[in-house]
Design a protein around this ligand. Sequence first.
Ligand SMILES: Cc1cc2nc3c(=O)[nH]c(=O)nc-3n(C[C@H](O)[C@H](O)[C@H](O)COP(=O)(O)OP(=O)(O)OC[C@H]3O[C@@H](n4cnc5c(N)ncnc54)[C@H](O)[C@@H]3O)c2cc1C
Length: 571
Amino acid sequence: MEHVDVLIVGAGLSGIGAACHLRRRCPEKSFAILEARESIGGTWDLFRYPGIRSDSDMFTLGYTFKPWLGAKAIADGPSILDYVRDTASEHGVLEQVRLGRRVVGAAWSSEDARWTVTIERTATGEIERSGAGEAELSANGAAEHSVAVAGETAEQMTCSFLYCCTGYYRYDEGYSPALPGRERFAGPIVHPQHWPEELDYAGKRVVVIGSGATAVTLVPAMIEGGAEHVTMLQRSPSYILAIPARDAIADWLRERLPAHVAYALTRYKNVLLATLIYQLSRRAPTFMNRMLRKLASRQLPAGYDVDTHLNPSYDPWDQRLCLVPDGDLFRVLGSGRAAIETGTIDTFTEDGIRLSCGQVLDADIVVSATGLNLLVLGGMSLTVDGEQVDLSQTVAYKGMMFCGVPNLALTLGYTNASWTLKADLVAEYVCRVLAHMDAHGLPVCVPRAPAPGLPTEPIIDLKSGYVLRSIDVMPKQGATEPWRLRQNYFHDLRLLRRGPIDDCVEFMAAGVSPAATLPATNATAGVLVEDNRTEGLSARSPVAVAEPANGLDRSVVGDERVELAAQVADV
Ligand SMILES: Cc1cc2nc3c(=O)[nH]c(=O)nc-3n(C[C@H](O)[C@H](O)[C@H](O)COP(=O)(O)OP(=O)(O)OC[C@H]3O[C@@H](n4cnc5c(N)ncnc54)[C@H](O)[C@@H]3O)c2cc1C
């Protein structure tokens, strides 16, 4: 059976980034990337709806090691996909990608200190014998499948470390709530996750159901694409903020400085700005609510009903803030070719939607921009020494590993900032962990269970519908470090890039069951750590870490200056 040191699951932005970090930092490690789809890029290959674009800037959604050179800070989907492909190609990781392979399960054996993963060929939907035809990558990242041969046993591989870059949602279906009377509607009802390439909406009246990032993107894009009129039908409003599509400061820096330096500076500027907006939103929600509404109303025609359509019932950043480049949504609302309606659906009719208030919205096409279905670990099942792992019962360590689950990491990006900021830090951290295990001759690492009674909450802290719908199956985070997920890049820079890697983690020899690890006694003032200076099977030594009670809340701006200087100096 084929064995690799590190098996990456998923070839999206995170999986490709993880592979590049491995190449750069752990060049001696063998690795492979298994990807269920037939091309790389994940989200940026899957979504094909009009106007698909990032809703955070590319200076922070780009990798730390690969400057974003595109003209626009808010980039379209195809440009992001090109960026991911170029990065993969430049770092020589394309050869390691195996397309059309979904990992359906992974079983850890403490005896062997390795995972055995079970792989399903998505091209045939069959589980098949190892060694059946390989999927090869063509120049554009698409798979050329040879015919798969079904067999009795599953295709399997083993790895020492399982690195899950599986994203956070189901690929096979988006979220489609029951829409009353939808069968009566004569026209097409499409979901943005499954956009029909042939859909002709020129000259048509469109209703987009939803108020999130996808809906606010679709409305101006479909007007641009020739729709006669587009109505955004929302049950409740979201916060919407206009930002420049181009970053003038980035452009200024790019003209004067080497690309890496300009990129690093812009990246830090944008992280600071996003952190500031987020912190202001959390600390002064009433002020931010007023400010966001004021900014929106300035871009809309006089008398626009901001109080109804742009006045959410929740605080800013309880759900993601929707960004609209150059205020494109406000512009089309002002032109009269687009409108927002706030209300609930009574029923679909043959040629539109009737609202509970009696208003009728005429439509030739309805787009159900109603969101995603969350999926943890890409639907993989896990066992540890034959015992099924119930992810909803595990507590995440630093938001990336799970208590009692050895040699496994998951990339879960920020909900309040660009995903890749966290993905890069997780990748660096994994490389540190791998180096630590090698240096100490201890091939197993497992976060200990937190002390019993530690208050827990879901790992994703947004109150958006798609999060609330899946809250029961999500892993937990704890109330204190290192089980607390801060959603704060500056905090994580220190925690993940420079912080200890053996706090509440057991590094062990092969043959020891993680079940034998004792719960860590956690406190922000001191934690049990491993004394990793011992050779072989390490003895657990209670060593109080000199971490001040409020240590992880200290101002990090000073650290960030050092980081910034270090990064610029690296260039
Ligand atoms: C429309 C849209 C716009 C977004 N815009 C932004 C934005 O502007 N900024 C931002 O920060 N975030 C944004 N996000 C979040 C976005 O998903 C992340 O930015 C990022 O693309 C995630 O990358 P990823 O590689 O972790 O996950 P994904 O892009 O989801 O890729 C995961 C890959 O893993 C594969 N996979 C999953 N399970 C398995 C399995 N069991 N076996 C094998 N392969 C598997 C999938 O097929 C997929 O290719 C957006 C999301 C959506 C849906």
